[in-house]
Design a protein around this ligand. Structure first.
Ligand SMILES: [Zn+2]
Length: 162
């Protein structure tokens, strides 16, 4: 198990668009395993590579549903539908939570750790979790999308995305 340190805002790596992954090797597999361990350690529902200081288009998402852990490499948004507003937080902004508007459902194409392309359709909370991570890969932080920050008495049951 290898838990990495989370990069905190305002580290510039968090606002730098990440590079495409072109090599699918053992090093990538190890990085994905480390990202998973780090996500679990810090109770996130996802983690993007720049959050551990690696500027590559890699994210993991696990909202603890029957989809299991999604490994999103070079993800691309193919379709969006509807809209939802809900709270988000970010491990790179400890203690900060705010409502963000997102599409209600999405269709995403990504590659797995072997480079094989696959399609995922997601809605509601899973769509939100994936989109939060995909934004990280473009150097976009949730604070740029917050409609309203949550007060301390509104935080019960609200968890950080990553
Ligand atoms: Zn985040």
């Amino acid at each position: 198990m290898a838990v990495k340190q989370i990069v905190m805002y305002p580290d510039p790596v968090l606002e730098t668009p990440c590079a495409e992954v072109t090599v699918f090797d053992k090093k990538l597999a190890k990085l994905l395993n480390d990202m998973y361990d780090t996500m679990i350690e810090f109770d996130g529902v996802g983690l993007a590579a720049p959050q551990i200081g690696i500027s590559k288009r890699i994210a993991v998402v696990d909202i603890d549903d029957d989809m299991g852990t999604l490994e999103l490499i070079n993800p691309k948004l193919l379709e969006v539908n509807g809209s939802q507003v809900g709270p988000e937080g970010c491990l790179s902004f400890p203690g900060l939570f705010g409502d963000v508007e997102r599409p209600l459902s999405i269709k995403v194409e990504a590659q797995n750790r072997k480079g094989k392309k696959y399609i995922i359709e997601a809605e509601e909370y899973l769509a939100r979790a994936i989109l939060h991570e995909m934004d990280h890969l473009d150097g976009v932080l949730f604070t740029s999308k917050v409609i309203r920050y949550l007060e301390e008495d509104e935080l019960e049951g609200v968890e950080a995305n990553d």
